[in-house]
Design a protein around this ligand. Sequence first.
Ligand code: COA
Length: 250
Amino acid sequence: MSDLVLVNDDGPVRSVRMNRPDKKNALTLPMYEAMADALESAVNTTALRCVLIAGQENGFCAGNDIGDFLNMATGGGALAAPILRFLHALARCELPLVAAVRGNAVGVGTTMLMHCDHVVAGTDARFATPFARLGLVPEAASSLIAPRLMGHARAFSLLVMGRPLTAEDAKAAGLINTVAAPDAVETEALKAAQEIAALPPQGVLASRRLIRGTPDTIVARIDAEAALFRERLGSAEARAAFEAFLARKR
Ligand code: COA
């Protein structure tokens, strides 16, 4: 397991922590692989009841590594397999997912939360999905889940206009459950994970299935978005946006 993703089992709770603080937890392909491994194997580990996804104090996740996006764009445009594997694992995960968010959650940093069952965010959290600004389209089935969660107007503002949400906005939009002081985020999230883990597991599993419905619809949307994403990654608009980001400090 790469140290860019730290996986730790403590009783019934598995924590999966993105650990690339120098790049604000921008996700690379090995990180997606490690996170997919952690989610997929959690379901087969009998002692586990809940998975807690966390980032760093200086940020939850800055989205996909933009250098990797540029490589994918020049290499034919397909979303790399580890990304799709991670998104499918999120959608198909049978264990409840809790997240602890501090600082920026950008791109997949925000859309992965749409698959979580309980999210605690700090007052310092900021959620943004600048897909259209980068010449891209939404991913992780966010084009389906976001309008269901928050209605068309707020989903358009987030996913297309790229306007960020504060923690309070995100709570009002139904994306997160609780806003906490930054130092209390991890404790609150762990408390929620332990609360879920202490419930009768079969009751939780069956109830969660009813609430979420079949993952097939979500997986089909992930795949439909990925087909469009491929076209967009190869576009001149996207390439110019990636190059501008990578050149901004030079
Ligand atoms: N891909 C690659 N590198 C990234 C990155 C990303 N998505 N996000 C941040 N980084 C890198 C920066 O280039 C910088 O590297 P450097 O120190 O070698 O110059 C480092 O992480 C720190 O980022 P910085 O921008 O200085 O931090 P910040 O606190 O000022 O801003 C963000 C944080 C997340 C708001 C900002 O980094 C950002 O907008 N990142 C891009 C987010 C994005 O568009 N993701 C794709 C979504 S689809």
